[in-house]
Design a protein around this ligand. Sequence first.
Ligand SMILES: [Zn+2]
Ligand SMILES: [Zn+2]
Length: 287
Amino acid sequence: MTVRLDVEELLRAGYGDRTIARQLGVNIGSVTRARTLLRLPKVRGGLKPAGSLEDFYWRRTRPVGGGHIEWTGPRNTKGVPIIHWQRTSHSALRIAYKIRAGHEPIGYAHVTCTHPGCIAPNCVADSAVTPRKGHHRLGPGVKPLTSREEIVRLLTAGHSDRYICLRRGVNSARVARIRAELGLPATQMPQPLSFETRWTASTEPADGGHTRWVGTVRGGRPVIRVDGRRISARRAAFERLHGRLAVGSVQPGCGWEPCVRPDHLEDRPMRDQLNTQLTAIFGEIAA
Ligand SMILES: [Zn+2]
Ligand SMILES: [Zn+2]
């Protein structure tokens, strides 16, 4: 199992399981399990949660001399140091710049020193003020990224995040961040369907008390949309029913291969336990 980056970040920042579950809208059992996997001690109530993005920034940095400060927190797939805060990813570089300048950079925040992994506020500059040296963001022929100014213009014109993402090919987290910075309220969007609604719409009863999947299938497996991502429907249903993360593959244990009924599903520990019981009853032959 992999630990969600935002869960890990809050765990390492010293929050309790319940707080993290509430903040991220995830199951508390999955947070506790992630804590165990990361070998993090239980919170004793001593450490105060970070009160601001700046607090978070300082908690995830380490001064290394020469005025440089290294980032010890997570990075996104592009290597940008990030902070997960209130359901949004923030660039730690932009926060470093804000600490230095007292305001957000107009362009992109970039590191000016050569110390590997440095994120010291004094080593971070605004590309709109200090051009990035020899930096080629995209190769020739690739459409340039939509500028911050353009996103600001579209947001203030009242367009939704979704509209801007789709029309301009912009990352939704970037639009959300700029909206938050501008203090603009979110445009009214239809509420996402609940898990239960999606589940009911994607399943139907089958003979013998089983449940058949009639929803979306990817790679031969039922998938369901949760928090904007398509995940295994069996795994999602299993984890909701048992309140813990599934270990290994989740398969129907009822003998009907297509079944998705939550209480007919088993993960590896359940199968192992059953095998042990069968061995105890019938001896090695049954196993
Ligand atoms: Zn530096
Ligand atoms: Zn079944």
